[in-house]
Ligand binder design. Structure first.
Ligand code: SAH
Length: 354
């Protein structure tokens, strides 16, 4: 499977030149591809060129919207995207005053197996290619009425299923593609990359000079607690993650975010807040507190919002910036991986009852 959306403008130009086509065809194709069109819909591209691309095994975008759910509360849209090989991933479009943010997936499933997360329930199936990750943005942009010139997605967060740094090459290529001037041209500062803390890959990422907003999933500041809920902590512990965040700040001067999902009786106690304060006090960061999204297969309970504000208050009092994340699309539930897990369950039940 080869996707045209995997190609940068230069790569597409090279392909056109190799085909003996004028290089402006690349720009024409880009307009079509980034509008989310399939070959049939590309009415201004000659049939012989399309036939040749198809004969060479190329697909246009490779991502289509299989299902979508719109929140009646705030207009949030949750998508189930279908990939060309039948795999599915999910994404969420959130509407803010400053623009639309799309949360996208980087892998089908995940190998990190965090104790609270639905993405790892079925393990890792495969990595997404750069063009597929981009395809999620293109498909959502089209859904909202946008195209290459009329961008309806202004911000992107890599917080859907998958661990971005576990799919390094594709994610880095995606970031360059989505930022490219001739592409959707989304500024790096409008992109957040969230990692559970694969520090070796992160140090490589630091060298790429892609100044996105870095978000580290911390979820506990004590190793014994973090190891219990995040297996990755046995390799890259709390101090290694916080040191990495500091290196990022030193290099980019961009304030980093620590995500902290509050789990009742696990990481939400006074001693947990105190440990976090000890570790990050004085470092310009924001702690983003998230009230755990209940995942039935995981069975962990959420801390109440009231307790979450108390936890935030303790951090603020000690001079550590903290926010409690607003819940969006509450009526169309589905934390990372939940929609897909449900879809798989449903398909299985349907298969069984056939
Ligand atoms: N693999 C990346 C991106 C994952 S999802 C990472 O670990 O950062 C984005 C965030 O949602 C992560 O902080 C993740 O830990 C968190 N998350 C996953 N499942 C959750 C749940 N059920 N409730 C609240 N937060 C969750």
């Amino acid at each position: 499977m080869k996707l045209l959306t995997d190609l940068s403008m230069d790569e597409l130009k090279q392909l056109m030149v190799a085909y003996g086509e004028p290089s402006f065809r690349a720009e024409q194709l880009y307009l079509n591809l980034y509008a989310g069109k399939n070959f049939e819909e590309m009415t201004n591209v000659g049939k012989s060129l399309k036939d040749r691309l198809i004969a060479d095994g190329y697909l246009a975008c490779g991502v289509t919207i299989l299902e979508h759910y719109v929140s009646k509360l705030d207009g949030t849209v949750k998508f189930l995207f279908s990939l060309a090989d039948g795999n599915i991933v999910e994404g969420v479009l959130m509407r803010y005053k400053y623009g639309n943010t799309l949360c996208i997936s980087t892998q089908v499933g995940c190998r990190m197996n965090c104790a609270f997360c639905a993405s790892g329930l079925h393990g890792l199936k495969r990595n997404l290619t750069a063009g597929e990750i981009l395809g999620e943005v293109i498909a959502a942009n089209r859904f909202d009425g946008g195209d290459l010139k009329d961008r309806h997605i202004t911000n992107v967060v890599l917080m859907g299923s998958g661990e971005p740094l576990d799919n390094y090459e594709n994610v880095v290529k995606f970031l360059r593609l989505v930022n490219a001037e001739k592409g959707l041209n989304i500024s790096y500062r409008n992109i957040s990359l969230s990692t559970c803390g694969l520090i070796d890959a992160f140090d490589r990422f630091l060298q790429e000079d892609i100044p996105v907003t870095m978000t580290f999933s911390l979820h506990a500041a004590r190793d014994e607690v973090r190891s219990e809920i995040m297996p990755v902590n046995k390799k890259f512990g709390v101090d290694l993650v916080i040191d990495a965040a500091k290196r990022y700040f030193d290099r980019t001067k961009r304030r980093v975010v620590f995500e902290y999902s509050l789990i009742k009786g696990v990481n939400d106690g006074e001693e947990d807040a105190a440990a976090l304060i000890r570790k990050v006090k004085g470092f310009p960061c924001i702690v983003n507190l998230i009230v755990l999204n209940y995942v039935k297969e995981r069975g962990l309970a959420a801390t109440s919002r009231k307790e979450a504000y108390r936890f935030a208050g303790a951090l603020e009092k000690a001079g550590v910036s903290a926010t409690v994340r607003r819940t969006m699309g509450a009526d169309i539930e589905g934390a990372c991986g939940q929609l897909r897990a449900k879809y798989i369950d449903r398909s299985k039940t349907e298969e069984e009852s056939l």
